[in-house]
Design a binder for this molecule. Structure first.
Ligand code: NAI
Ligand code: 15L
Length: 268
């Protein structure tokens, strides 16, 4: 008989691009998956699912959302570059509300969807690890740095453990030369989340989320305890990507790890 590891998991951002994928892939990993988003959920809740509409900026709503779950997979929020004012509520207040609610309700494990944009101002010819100083490339990247710091604080202060996944580019396939390096397949993302939820004693672990691509800028030596072994590679898409006209060599997408985010804004 197969054991289901969790009774109830919360997935925020469940109506989003990755949320929709994870919704399917986490079936069988939890008896009930609580799906939450500010946007409508489609399709509606199926067997073993429950839907709670919630604005992450609303502290009381987030506290109610978190009650009764074993662990949180926090993928909700603004996922691309916007003005600071637009990011503040969903990402900065939102991540704080999630951790405060976790503390209040005794939830001991969080998977945080961090991003390569925490380090996006490194150049593509540099190699970094989780202890390299962060170099956020955007207001969005700054919000993910804040999320990582909240995770670190809540572990040191309250013992709530987190795996922060600095996701590269998680789409069905890489869309440009940069993504040949940053691509993370949906299966590899799922593996990272499942290992992040079940590996004991993770403290606050930062792991770079990339598949087994030919060129990877990120060294995961400080996340070896997760036992993450990517199964996919962007190589199978290389010919297709390289058949498209490449951006000029000095285009930010060819120079910086964070690509175009380094040049977005200002917004006033
Ligand atoms: P997405 O934009 O498709 O999904 C984000 C979801 O968050 C949306 O459904 C949106 O309605 C919801 N949301 C926004 N504001 C909210 C609020 N105030 N309250 C509640 N929900 C709110 O983004 P995607 O691609 O699915 O990414 C999921 C997470 O992974 C995001 O946190 C993103 O920053 C992170 N990530 C994704 C990467 C990727 O390659 N897809 C790369 C790096 C990080
Ligand atoms: C991210 O953090 C975004 O959420 C996603 O939409 C992509 O832009 C990705 O990074 C990327 O860098 O490719």
């Amino acid at each position: 008989m197969t054991t289901i590891p969790f009774k109830r998991l919360l997935l925020t951002g469940a109506a989003g691009g990755l949320g929709k994928i994870l919704r399917e892939r986490l079936q069988g990993f939890t008896e009930v998956l609580r799906l939450s988003d500010i946007s409508p959920m489609a399709p509606a809740a199926g067997p073993h699912e429950e839907v709670v509409t919630c604005d992450l900026a609303d502290k009381a709503a987030v506290h109610a959302l978190v009650e009764g779950v074993d662990a949180i997979i926090h993928f909700g929020g603004v996922s691309t570059e916007h003005s600071f004012e637009e990011i503040l509520g969903p990402n900065i207040c939102g991540v704080f509300h999630i951790y405060e609610a976790a503390r209040k309700h005794g939830v001991k494990r969080v998977i945080f969807a961090s991003s390569n944009h925490t380090i996006g101002f490194y150049r593509q010819d540099e190699r970094i690890d989780a202890r390299s100083p962060r170099r956020p490339d955007s207001y969005y990247g700054l919000s993910k740095c804040y999320g990582e710091d909240v995770a670190s604080f809540y572990f040191d202060r309250y013992g709530i453990e987190t795996v922060s996944i600095r996701i590269g580019s998680s789409f069905d396939q890489p869309q440009n030369p940069r993504m040949l390096c940053t691509w993370l397949s949906y299966d590899d993302l799922t593996q990272l989340i499942q290992r992040g939820l079940t590996t004991p004693d993770v403290g606050h672990t930062i792991v770079f989320g990339a598949s087994d691509n030919r060129t990877v800028w990120w060294d995961n030596r400080y996340a070896e305890h997760l036992g993450y072994v990517p199964k996919d590679t962007s190589e199978v898409f290389r010919a297709q990507v390289e058949a498209q006209p490449a951006p000029p060599a000095d285009d930010p997408s060819m120079v910086y790890q964070g690509g175009a985010f380094v040049a977005a804004g200002p917004f006033n």
